[in-house]
Write a new protein. Structure first.
Length: 458
């Protein structure tokens, strides 16, 4: 940890973009309350000699971040600045020191975190709106139902139950309903909460013997109640009992109720039939994993929003090879955006592949034999010769490339690679992988060959 330094010294890299992208990923790692408390007034001052300097408000925040979140922050920062070897916390000085009768303003003013502020009255995140929600074939029905709820809250699709895997966009969609309703009528009483927080509120009210005043009066006053991750209540009988009565009260008054879950209500353990029947009274909609075309649309929209120039081949590569959820896709795109800004250049397909290689999961259909076959075909060789112990350079290079691809792209162990390629020692495999790595730094033709082979395997 570093001592207080003057934060007016700004590094040439776009530290604002770096920290904005880092904050996005940090917010996904910790609770909203902790994010708001400890990261609200932080920003990166500079990146110098592979060290990242982070400005904090005071010594208490400095110590807390170091003890509780240091590893998390550094890990995420390295996604955007792989060379970062350390993180220093700097207590910021007063920007308003008068020099020559004038107030000197900091050129890197504190990060504008308005996009991160959560309204305490409704718990809605202002970033979650329909305008930033990408609609594809995989989620168009859920989007249409949500729009219908906005048009006629409490009447059409009440309750609305949205389910799907983590990172499929459920929270974004259901909060967009709340934000849109508030936009149309600011007097609409909307409240979003997680089921975990809902359960905590109920337990606290029971312990203080104030269920009627602290709990029932609070939750029954809303016009729209949005309850996220309802599956959390599967083992909480008393809380589900209270949810049942709350549901009836809101429903009878034509108040809109919106739920989300990671699974269909029929598959939530211990969920009573009476709750299942009430959920079914409205609309139950699945948001599955996005298809390839939808992933391409998401990438293009996010790139456009961040003014990132990205080629069609990079978009296609990401959409094809990143099979994870939307949150993972956005995280990878944030890494690309930040790297592009830091390097002040448009990243090539090779740059992107190198940046996200650890995020690309190998296809289960690709075997060691498939890699050998493709490389042999590419160099017009017979497969059998790859296994022979020959030092002919026309064979050595393809064999080394096979070892490199198996290790880098498919994470096959060195001993296994050696065994599969004619019983070679693992040290030979290590040497081959390192040689290809070094050659790729200086040989542009080799780079193109590796890209073509990877494309054949994708």
């Amino acid at each position: 940890m570093n001592e207080t330094i003057n934060e007016n010294v700004i590094d040439e890299v776009d530290v604002k973009a770096l920290w904005e992208n880092t904050l996005v990923d940090i917010e996904l790692e910790i609770s909203k309350a902790n994010f708001s408390t400890w990261f609200k007034n932080t920003h990166v001052i500079k990146v110098e000699d592979d060290m990242v300097y982070l400005s904090v408000e005071n010594a208490f925040v400095k110590d807390w971040l170091y003890k509780k979140y240091h590893k998390t922050i550094l890990k995420i920062l390295r996604n955007f600045v792989p060379s970062a070897r350390g993180l220093e916390y700097v207590i910021k000085k007063d920007d308003k020191k008068e020099e020559g009768g004038e107030i000197k303003h900091n050129v890197n003013k504190e990060l504008p975190l308005s996009d991160f502020y959560i309204n305490k009255e409704d718990n809605l995140n202002p970033r979650y709106i329909f305008d930033t929600f990408v609609v594809g074939s995989f989620n168009e029905l859920a989007h249409a139902a949500s729009q219908a709820v906005v048009e006629k809250p409490g009447i059409v699709y009440n309750p609305l139950f949205v389910y799907g895997g983590s990172g499929h966009g459920k929270t974004h969609l259901i909060q967009s309903i709340g934000n849109q309703l508030k936009k149309r009528n600011p007097n609409t009483k909307v409240f979003y909460t997680t089921s975990e927080k809902f359960a905590t509120d109920y337990i606290s009210a029971v312990r203080s013997n104030k269920v009627n005043t602290l709990f029932k009066e609070k939750y029954r006053k809303y016009d729209v109640l949005i309850l996220d991750d309802i599956q959390f209540l599967s083992n909480m009988d008393k809380t589900r009992e209270e949810l049942f009565h709350l549901f009836n009260s809101l429903y009878d008054d034509n108040k809109q109720i919106i739920f989300s879950s990671d699974k269909h209500p029929n598959f939530i353990p211990n969920l009573e039939d009476r709750l299942k029947s009430r959920f079914s009274a409205g609309m139950i909609i699945d948001i599955p994993s996005p298809d390839s075309e939808s992933r391409m649309a998401i990438i293009k929209l996010k790139a456009q929003q961040n003014k990132l120039i990205i080629s069609d081949e990079v978009v296609s590569y990401l959409a094809t090879n990143i099979q994870g959820n939307i949150r993972e896709l956005e995280g990878i795109l944030n890494s690309i955006i930040c790297q592009s800004q830091l390097k002040s250049k448009v990243l090539t397909l090779s740059d992107v592949k190198n940046l996200i290689k650890n995020n690309v999961k190998p296809k289960k259909s690709v075997s060691v034999k498939d890699v050998i076959k493709q490389v042999a075909e590419f160099y017009n060789l017979e497969e059998d010769i790859i296994y022979k112990k020959t030092r002919v350079k026309e064979v050595v290079k393809p064999r080394q490339l096979i070892m490199y691809i198996l290790r880098e792209d498919f994470n096959v162990s060195y001993p296994t690679i050696g065994q599969k390629l004619g019983g070679r020692d693992h040290t030979t495999v290590i040497h081959s992988c390192e040689k290809i790595k070094n050659d790729l730094k200086v040989d542009s033709m080799l780079i193109k060959e590796v890209e073509q082979i990877r494309a054949m395997l994708s």
